[in-house]
Design a protein around this ligand. Structure first.
Ligand SMILES: Cc1cc2nc3c(=O)[nH]c(=O)nc-3n(C[C@H](O)[C@H](O)[C@H](O)COP(=O)(O)O)c2cc1C
Length: 202
């Protein structure tokens, strides 16, 4: 069975994005082992001179390295991803490269009508940066709009259509992980390029 990470894209205690990942963890428990991972304990990124990374960052990077794929669920703050999520990705691209060639599925929930679509678009761009270089599942969006009304008391998605869509995308993601595992011919070079890439070199 595949091991996946569900990265909660917020530090909020009450979060519909966390709820969504919890729902997925339960709903797809026969199809994959999903571990929910939090980013709220990470410090604010500060470019450490020693390049020594905080233990919490290293631990998170190790989990991502070990996983077959990562699902990131993002809220939308001012038409973008929350600062804490971008903060986590900044750490995870500074001297460590756990996302290079890692299959990623993006989901998102927001209180508005567009279900975090603009945040997801930005997240896609960020994950494509040279030191992240994730393999983001293309042409797919799971947008959970009006997310405060989207779950019942048992944390189940209320909308049958949304569940069906999520089931389809999740199956696609499992296939996508297999496909990406075959697209590995340039992996070593991609990793080296990320390692050798530096914004600080003069
Ligand atoms: C600072 C701030 C900015 C927000 N901007 C947007 C926005 O641009 N679009 C939107 O749909 N919702 C916006 N919201 C409401 C969010 O939809 C909601 O807080 C969040 O996405 C829900 O995710 P969560 O339940 O996981 O916290 C904003 C909320 C905050 C606190």
């Amino acid at each position: 069975m595949k091991k996946l990470i569900g990265l909660v894209g917020t530090n909020s205690t009450a979060s519909t994005n966390r709820q969504l990942l919890q729902f997925m963890q339960q709903h797809f428990s026969e199809r994959a082992e999903i571990e929910l991972v939090e980013i709220k304990a990470l410090p604010v990124f500060n470019k450490p001179e020693s390049k020594e990374l905080p233990e919490s960052v290293k631990a998170l990077a190790e989990k991502i390295e070990a996983a077959d794929g990562v699902m990131i669920s993002t809220p939308e703050y001012n038409h973008s991803a929350p600062a804490v999520l971008i903060n986590a990705l900044n750490w995870l691209s500074y001297g460590i490269y756990p996302f290079v060639d890692k299959p990623v599925m993006i989901t998102g929930a927001s209180y508005g009508t567009l279900g975090s679509s603009r945040a997801q678009m930005h997240l896609r761009q960020i994950l494509d940066a040279p030191e992240l270089k994730a393999r983001i599942m293309p042409s797919s969006e799971f947008l959970l709009s009006h997310s405060l009304q989207a779950f019942d008391d048992e944390n189940k998605l209320v909308s049958k259509e949304k569940i069906e869509k999520l089931e389809g995308l999740f199956e696609d993601f499992l296939t996508f992980v297999d496909i990406i595992n075959q697209l590995n011919h340039a992996h070593e070079i991609n990793k080296k390029e990320a390692e050798n890439f530096s914004w600080e070199r003069v």
